[in-house]
Design a protein. Structure first.
Length: 198
């Protein structure tokens, strides 16, 4: 009984949080919070590849909000651009994101913390989800696949700028660290993907 009440309260507060945050996302999509200037500076800035890891699942849901009841963790927004090596935005590029939850667990039965979308005509993507936690051997990270239409898939991982676990993770790379956009609640991080396209 007690558990049911707790669960119901959790569901209600999740729904309220989701409603509040759907207001912020169109602002991001409209570029009001995300400067369109790409952070890339040319050929040397190609986004590096990293291992897919063992927990990728194909056919993730098409969506921006990866939260579902039961996805534990603090709300987190990740946003950015997909651009060519000459920094031109790539519209209609696939961005598929999957990650562990705030306990360091992947949802391998369903699709909590998993989803994909396509960049808008100016190359923008954004996801609202939760901040993943460390799990044994790994600093917190997002897994991602990015693909321009009819081009090879870029598989990589993204990291948090402020996690002490980074220094102890042999896979961690500085080039794949996200950058916070201001000091927002929930936090908004940015990462621009540079694909090997002219
Ligand atoms: Fe992982």
């Amino acid at each position: 009984m007690q558990d049911d009440q707790t669960r119901r309260r959790f569901l209600v507060s999740s729904a309220a949080a989701a409603t509040g945050l759907t207001i912020a996302l169109p602002d991001l999509a409209a570029g009001q919070q995300l400067p369109l200037t790409p952070e890339c500076r040319g050929k040397n800035e190609l986004t590096i590849r990293q291992t897919e890891g063992p927990f990728f699942k194909p056919s993730s849901p098409f969506r921006t909000d990866l939260r579902e009841p039961g996805l534990k963790g603090e709300v987190f927004v990740i946003s950015g651009l997909v651009v060519t090596r000459s920094c031109k935005p790539i519209g209609n590029a696939l961005v598929d994101l999957w990650h562990a939850d705030g306990n360091g667990d992947y949802d391998n039965k369903g699709f909590r913390g998993r989803g994909h979308q396509f960049t808008d005509s100016e190359g923008r993507y954004n996801f609202i989800t939760v901040r993943p936690a460390r799990y044994p051997g790994r600093t917190p990270h997002f897994h991602v696949k990015v693909q321009a239409a009819n081009r090879p898939v870029l598989t990589t991982q993204l990291y948090f700028p402020d996690d002490a676990g980074n220094a102890r993770d042999p896979i961690f790379r500085n080039e794949l660290v996200m950058r916070y956009v201001g000091d927002r609640t929930p936090p908004v991080a940015r990462f621009d993907f540079v694909l090997d396209i002219a």
